[in-house]
Design a protein around this ligand. Structure first.
Ligand code: PLP
Length: 487
């Protein structure tokens, strides 16, 4: 493809995407194809000879689009959002065009330095602790997902514990380091029963036995019960085990419950364990000062992770992980074969992000975040979050005032969990009805043993009329979604 052809096809693709964005509301939100339907329309082998670009675009419309579940539809409420804002799409396009692989500072200094810089910007924008900035011992890094970043922190936590650990804040007058755990020590990790499955996955991948992960009880609002955590940590220490990793969640996946971060952080510090805060979805809310109360105690965290790719208008994938002391990550991940040695790295004056996570190669993801931050500005981002929270409050109000529905959990952010008062069968029937309509898509969870529906509001183009449409679908002809009982 010559540069001139690239220009021509590039315009065609941007036009295609602009039309898609304009019309996305017209498609059924949840793809209706049956398993195998897309593959059955694709040729058995890749073409021997290159085909005209127009044919690729034609098949995009005819074969691929029917198999798309439209995450960008304003009627998409099924999972936390995965927003592809136009500014972000363009930033990602530039990243693809530059084709940079930023494993080392020297493989593209701008890739590393822009990443450091926009992540520092976010610290200020979100009121996060200054210790997360890269001008001291800490810093931020963009990884693909919250799952990967949690795995990285588990590995770093283990390395730190085996090395001698953080200084304990209590016990023996705070004078000695946490017990240096030998490789045979029984390391124990803690998260709540409502924590994301990525914590358990990270523990498994790190080779920690599953029975050494304590899933701590939750309170009535599904937040971790800090007293229960205190008890189980003490029991473990008394039994000679070593607490090494504690995870608190701000905005759990099921219901956006908020763990008592400060209390959990204090307990983690008391026991010399690494304290990780998973704010994958709800972290973005901290751009709004009035929602920062949800982050109380976050300065106690050794690490904090959140996804701009969920609620901050940055398209997938873009996860921000912050640490207070980057040496723990680097100690855990740095291996330097001869072919990666270079003068800049040898000086120690630069950051080589390859040492901050599992993978070596890395995309220039900071570009899309930079485009987003500059295009929307702090005010634009706040307006987006506020619009979603207001819509969630509006919908929660409709539910609370209704005789047929009730809230299954408090709605603090953009997620509303609710259920039909008649019970699980009716709640599921309502969900099927909404999803079958093609106008909206939502999913269910289980809260206190009962089925609850999740309406996750967060789309760039979601407005009140889309939420009203869900409400109408919940009400209109509800009787017909329940099989009539035989007389
Ligand atoms: N943590 C929480 C609290 C989540 O809600 C999610 C996903 O919804 C994750 C982690 C996993 O996110 P990712 O897909 O970035 O790994």
């Amino acid at each position: 493809m010559t540069p001139e052809q690239f220009r021509q096809h590039g315009y065609q693709v941007i036009d295609w995407l602009a039309d898609y964005i304009e019309n996305v509301e017209e498609y059924p939100v949840l793809s209706r194809v049956r398993p195998g339907a897309i593959r059955s329309r694709l040729p058995d082998a890749a073409p021997d000879v290159g085909e005209p670009f127009e044919l690729v675009l034609r098949d995009l419309d005819q074969i691929i689009l029917p198999g798309i579940t439209h995450w960008q539809s304003p009627g998409f409420f099924a999972y936390f959002p995965s927003n592809a804002s136009p500014a972000s799409i363009l930033g990602d396009l530039v990243s693809s065009g530059l084709g940079v692989q930023g494993m080392l500072w020297s493989t593209s200094p701008a890739c590393t330095e822009l990443e450091m810089h926009v992540l520092d910007w976010l610290v200020d924008l979100m009121g996060l602790p200054a210790a997360f900035k890269s001008d001291g011992l800490g810093g931020g890094v963009i990884q693909d997902t919250a799952s990967s970043s949690t795995l990285s922190t588990i590995v770093a936590a283990r390395a730190r514990t085996e090395k001698g650990g953080r200084r304990r804040e209590k016990g023996e007058n705070g004078k000695r380091n946490a017990k240096s755990a030998s490789r045979d020590s029984e390391l124990v990790a803690y998260a709540s029963r409502e924590a994301h499955s990525s914590v358990e996955k990270g523990i498994r991948i790190a080779g920690i036995p599953r029975e050494n992960l304590r899933l701590v009880d939750v309170d009535r609002e599904l937040a971790m019960d800090a007293d229960a955590l205190a008890r189980v940590m003490t029991d473990d220490v008394d039994a000679g085990r070593v607490p090494f990793f504690v995870c608190a969640t701000i905005g759990t996946t099921g219901t956006t419950a908020i763990d008592p971060v400060r209390r959990i952080g204090e307990l983690a510090r008391e026991h010399g364990a690494w304290f990780h805060v998973d704010a994958a979805y709800a972290g973005s809310a901290a751009v709004c000062p009035e929602l920062r109360w949800t982050h109380d105690g976050v300065e106690l965290a050794d690490s904090y992770t959140f996804n701009p790719h969920k609620w901050l208008l940055t398209n997938f994938d873009c996860n921000a992980l912050y640490v207070q002391d980057r040496t723990s990550l680097i100690d855990a991940f740095s291996i330097t074969p001869e072919y990666l040695r270079n003068a800049a790295s040898e000086t120690g004056d630069v950051i080589d992000y390859r040492d901050w996570h599992v993978q070596l190669g890395r995309r220039f993801r900071a570009l899309k975040l930079w485009f987003v931050l500059r295009h929307y500005g702090a005010e634009g981002l706040r307006a987006h979050i506020r619009k979603d929270v207001e819509l969630a409050q509006y919908f929660a109000g409709l539910v609370a005032a209704s005789d047929d529905y009730e809230l299954a959990a408090p709605a603090t952010f953009g997620l509303v969990c609710f259920r039909h008062v008649e019970g699980d069968d009716t709640t599921r029937a309502v969900m099927d009805r909404i999803n079958d309509s093609g106008r909206a898509y939502l999913t269910h969870t289980v809260v206190d043993g009962r089925v609850g529906l999740r309406l996750a509001i967060g789309g760039v183009r979601t407005e009140r009329r889309h939420v009203d449409e869900v409400w109408d679908l919940m009400g209109s002809g509800l009787d017909s979604c329940i099989e009539p009982e035989d007389d």
